[in-house]
Design a protein around this ligand. Structure first.
Ligand SMILES: *Cc1c(COP(=O)(O)O)cnc(C)c1O
Length: 628
């Protein structure tokens, strides 16, 4: 293996990369299209240099159209293959749940790439339905409406049938039935209806609460019977053609999928028996994404492939329907995460490093306490196989000296010498540990002494799930992998919040509290990439410290190994962010100007200072919220 491949493997790139990434001989991380594995990979630092030349700076979200196309293709074709292989007599008709990434550039492309598969959209709210209806969809594609619905929502959904949209209103509660009956009478149009069934099966993983009895969504058996009766009385039971059973999110264990689908089929056959002419079975979200590449049933991973998920669903439904003597229904899933997670990455630059390091140690002075000499003497027996012992001894002597200092027995200069000698020893221990295998036993100790790399991003804006629910995303430096990373660091963002840091990293052998990094280059940018952030992160983020949206760039990988810039969305300016929090930027400028003029009147400011002061304020308010 080449050096760069060996060093990239430290981060587990070969495990979680899934054919999307590669590392070049020059040490750059590069993008590969899984659809055409033979085309040359495109260097990510190269892309960043190109974007910098165009005036587009980090931090930015890089979306790769080719990756989105690949995921949509994979999910649809895996269902097709499973349907063919298992002799299923029904079709697959997926929808993309808009809430997982609502950005226009993303939804537009999903509709475009999904066109050959009659891929539709799922709307969980009124604004999302408005988004869905702004798209031309294939004739057979569905729009599935979930979520709490008022009469405006329901009426818009029913109206849209006139334009040829296959808009299904999924009834979430008994109350919604009345709204629907009224609206369809008033408009004189028959709705396409679904019912949301609450499954009792509890799914494991991070989103366990979205399934089972305590889930806040869906109806139980008693409520379902009531819905059927109400629809029959209103003469609308023949409109009820879809059953919706959301399985969950990021389901780690494929056997949970089978169990839940089996239960959904029981409902399907009972509701059919009640006279509902069901033809569509919607299994909601839940298809996982293997963030860590572990391929096992843990919170950020999964023990199955997309193909396995599809064939398990198709097989379970086929058996159940054959047993119940019911025609095989059209299968729908609402995979969000699996469709968009891979297609976006966050890239930021490191601004500076706080190193817990001392390149040299001062000499011991003749009058120093003997512990200073003892401490310095640790260097004499420091070697790769005695790191733990040396670390213990160094902290012992240092702590003894601190105790003496507190009691007033030694002065500040002697204490300063002690700290420096200690820090120098620690630097040498860290360097030895980084370049020799088999020192995991002192990892915990060393973590307290890791460097801090200060990075140009806001965790709260760009990686909200890392902050809120300890989501793990693979993350690594994008360059210099031809050299061994000899430092260990945690990453801190530029918010003034002690939570604004990343201190859990996916590495080759599990998670680690520190990330291997290089010494920062003198003249070049040092970029770090956070991968698989396409699902949920873009709009869940917040404006902590008033850091706004980052720049967003969409590219497509070309067959010749280059890339095309498809779209650029500039990040928020300070003025835009201020307007989100009730400030009028023009008023801010006016208020600042009044303060300046007032200072000139009082004679505390020269009139010549007015112009540069106003320019500085204006330049800031029109600029990017991040470090420029
Ligand atoms: C959130 C949600 C989804 C998407 O789930 P993923 O696990 O991201 O695929 C699908 N359907 C419904 C009803 C949802 O609420």
């Amino acid at each position: 293996m080449k050096d760069s491949a060996i060093h990239a493997a430290l981060y587990g790139l070969d495990r979680w990369g899934q054919g999307f990434f590669d590392v070049l001989e020059n040490g750059d991380v590069a993008l590969k299209s899984p659809l055409s594995p033979d085309t040359p990979a495109v260097s990510l630092p190269g892309i960043m240099r190109d974007l910098e030349k165009r005036g587009i700076h980090a931090p930015l979200v890089l979306r790769v159209g080719s990756y989105l196309r690949q995921s949509i293709q994979q999910i649809n074709e895996s269902f097709r293959d499973a349907i063919d292989d298992l002799g299923y007599r029904g079709q697959y008709r997926g929808v993309f749940p808009i809430k997982v990434n609502q950005q226009a550039q993303v939804v537009d492309r999903i509709v475009e790439y999904g066109w050959p598969y009659d891929f539709g959209l799922e709307a969980g709210s009124k604004p999302e339905l408005v988004v869905a209806l702004a798209h031309k969809l294939p004739e057979n594609a569905l729009i599935v409406c979930n979520g709490v619905k008022d009469s405006e929502f329901v009426e818009l959904a029913i109206h849209s049938r006139r334009l040829g949209f296959n808009t299904v209103i999924v009834l979430e509660s008994v109350m919604e039935v009345d709204t629907v009956i009224e609206a369809s009478r008033a408009l004189g149009i028959e709705p396409m209806l679904g019912v949301r069934v609450k499954l009792s099966n509890q799914i494991s993983g991070n989103w366990a609460a979205s399934s089972g009895d305590r889930s806040t969504f869906g109806m139980n058996t008693a409520q379902l019977v009531e819905v059927i009766d109400k629809l029959r009385d209103a003469g609308l039971l023949h409109c009820l053609t879809l059953q919706h059973s959301h399985l969950g999110s990021q389901i780690p264990d494929v056997n949970d999928v089978r169990r839940a689908v089996g239960e959904a089929c029981r409902y399907f056959s009972e509701l059919t028996g009640e006279g509902a002419p069901l033809t569509h079975l919607d299994l909601g979200g839940g298809l996982g994404f293997d963030y860590t590449g572990e391929k096992r049933a843990s919170e950020n991973s999964m023990n199955y492939s997309i193909a396995e998920y599809c064939s398990n669903i198709v097989e379970t439904v086929r058996y159940a329907m054959d047993e119940a003597g019911i025609d095989h229904p059209t299968l729908i899933t609402e995979s969000g995460r699996a469709v968009v997670a891979a297609s976006s990455m966050l890239i930021f630059n490191v601004l500076e490093a706080t190193l817990y390091d001392a390149p040299g140690a001062p000499d011991v002075e003749p009058d120093d306490h003997h512990h200073v000499g003892d401490l310095a003497a640790v260097a004499d027996y420091l070697s790769a196989d005695r790191l733990r012992e040396c670390l213990n001894d160094a902290s012992f002597y240092r702590n003894e000296m601190r105790a003496l200092f507190r009691r007033g027995n030694i002065g500040i200069r002697q204490m300063a010498r002690t700290e420096k000698i200690h820090q120098h020893l620690v630097s040498r221990i860290k360097a030895l540990a980084a370049s020799h295998e088999g020192n995991s036993d002192i990892e915990d100790e060393l973590v307290k002494l890791t460097d801090i790399y200060h990075c140009n991003f806001s965790l709260f804006q760009s990686l909200p799930d890392v902050w809120a629910i300890d989501q793990l995303h693979p993350l690594m430096p994008l360059q210099m992998l031809d050299q061994r990373p000899t430092r260990r660091a945690i990453l801190s963002d530029i918010t003034c919040d002690s939570d604004g840091k990343v201190d859990r990293f996916i590495l080759a052998d599990g998670t680690s509290p520190a990330l291997p990094v290089h010494d920062l280059p003198e003249d070049d940018a040092y970029y770090i990439g956070v991968f698989f952030v396409g699902a949920y992160q873009e709009t869940l983020g917040d404006l902590h410290n008033l850091f706004g949206d980052t720049n967003v760039v969409t590219i497509d990988l070309r067959d010749d190994g280059g890339f095309d810039l498809l779209h650029e969305q500039e990040g928020d300016t300070i003025a835009e962010v201020l307007s989100y929090v009730e400030y009028d930027p023009a008023d801010c400028v006016a208020a600042f100007r009044a303060l300046v003029d007032n200072a000139i009147s009082r004679g505390t400011l020269d009139v010549e200072a007015r112009r540069p002061l106003m320019k500085a304020y204006r330049d800031s308010i029109n600029g990017y919220t991040y470090y420029e």
